[in-house]
Write a new protein. Structure first.
Length: 214
């Protein structure tokens, strides 16, 4: 008897499932089609991004390999195009190459390329902070106090791993101008930085003890 009841229950359940699929056939087909379309679209976009990344990598490698000092404008143009591609890997590398090789003399042009990276490129937060710090470092030899602080404040007022670097840079900036109290204030903030880099903290301590001691 129990076996017969089990068989009846099983048949009833199977029939209900079958009826559900029959009644909702169109909705299920549409639903599965949408899911399949989304999966295929995701894979296509992923493949396109990978191909684009490979293309940018090839462009960057060919540009720096073929770089010749007597044809630097061609290199500048090609690397500028790469920067404006707003790629998280090769756009920063392109700007660093321009700066490291002193290819662009105009400070405003370099700063505009920095801003393109900072504001126009999707970057990991700490990579973005590193680029901001590098912009500050680039400007530290000629920028005014207010301009340099405006560049570095987003890092200084954060818990970024680059915060201590920015604080130390400001300390060195004021020390080079013989504004010792301002330098001391920034070196002290460097030492007290929550996420401070140990090497930077040691350098700040040396400044305080050796050059700014009472």
């Amino acid at each position: 008897m129990d076996e017969e009841i089990t068989i009846i229950d099983s048949n009833t359940r199977n029939e209900k499932i079958l009826n559900f699929f029959i009644k909702n056939k169109k909705s299920l087909i549409v639903g599965f089609s949408v899911i399949l379309f989304i999966i295929m679209g995701y894979l296509s976009i992923k493949e396109m991004k990978e191909r684009g990344k490979i293309k940018l990598a090839n462009q960057f490698n060919i540009t720096i390999t073929n770089y010749k000092t007597e044809d630097k404008q061609k290199t500048i143009n090609q690397l500028t195009v790469l920067i404006n591609e707003n790629d998280s890997t090769y756009s920063p590398l392109a700007l660093y190459f321009l700066i490291d090789n002193d290819l662009i003399d105009n400070q405003n042009t370099i700063n505009s390329l920095f801003d393109e990276l900072i504001n126009g490129t999707s970057l990991d937060e700490e990579i973005k902070n590193l680029i901001i710090y590098k912009k500050g470092l680039f400007n530290s030899d000629f920028a005014s106090e207010s301009d340099l602080l405006e560049i570095l404040n987003p890092i200084i007022n954060s818990e970024s791993i680059w915060s201590s670097h920015a604080l130390y840079l400001m300390g060195e900036y004021f020390y080079s101008k013989n504004e010792k109290q301002k330098a001391k204030d920034f070196f002290e903030k460097t030492v007290l930085s929550v996420s401070g880099n140990s090497d930077i903290i040691i350098k700040a301590n040396k400044r305080l003890n050796r050059d700014l001691g009472e």
